[in-house]
Design a protein around this ligand. Structure first.
Ligand SMILES: [Zn+2]
Length: 225
């Protein structure tokens, strides 16, 4: 048994993210075992002393794939390294989308949580707006749910990348976007779902709620026009 799985910091964070997963599931945002979730703890928080690089990158835990998110449990987390290799439990296999989580942890050392959902509205709108390659939101109070935004009087773009069963192709598109944009709250994968993240589990959860609400507003606007 890996001691990390019994450390108080791991248990507290796992409980917090499991609450968020339960909420997302109730909203219908992770149907049919889809979606995946991860969080990062500082190595020092859980008493892990490893290689220098390991201390800096922290310890990452990601949801096991294929689990009904209505029944997600603490033992359904895998401990992975910054490159997505499973450290524990032995012989476990991480989700194919693990690289999309580690990409964000590699690019943003302050990010502590990456969340991925599959709502129907994100799935449909990301197909409808694929040609423009982004969705843009402006003038809405809920935008203040995104970290650092203090006013409704602003514009936020949510980029859309093509879906692929070859995750490296999705990763390449996200990396290309990040090269040209310093601010990115999340992105949509066309016909697939939403990725977002935050400096804490609570912030990442708030980002999912904010972006899903913005998508719903866009959907209602389209229906009404
Ligand atoms: Zn997915």
């Amino acid at each position: 048994m890996n001691d990390l799985f019994t450390s108080p910091h791991f248990l507290a964070a796992a409980e917090e993210i499991i609450d968020a997963i339960g909420f997302f599931h109730q909203q219908g945002w992770c149907p049919a075992t889809s979606s995946n979730f991860s969080f990062r703890l500082e190595s020092s928080e859980i008493g892990e002393i490893g290689e220098i690089g390991e201390i800096e990158s922290g310890e990452i835990f990601i949801s096991r794939s294929g689990i009904d998110k209505g029944h997600f449990q603490i033992q359904d987390f895998l401990h992975i390294d910054l490159n997505g290799q499973v450290k524990a439990p032995p012989h476990a296999c991480a989700s194919a989308e693990t690289d999309l989580h580690t990409l964000i942890y590699q690019k943003f050392p302050n990010i502590k949580c990456v969340l991925h959902t599959h709502s129907a509205i994100a799935t449909v709108l990301s197909m409808q707006y694929r040609q423009t390659s982004f969705l843009q939101f402006q003038g809405l109070e809920i935008l203040k749910g995104l970290s650092g935004i203090q006013t409704h009087d602003t514009q936020v773009r949510l980029p859309i990348v093509d879906n692929s069963q070859d995750i490296s192709q999705i990763k390449t598109q996200v990396e290309a976007y990040l090269q040209n944009h310093s601010v990115m709250f999340g992105y949509l994968i066309a016909g697939h779902g939403l990725y977002t993240w935050g400096e804490s589990i609570a912030t990442a959860k708030r980002h999912v709620e904010t972006l899903e609400f913005l998508l719903e507003c866009e959907w209602l606007k389209r229906k009404g026009s």
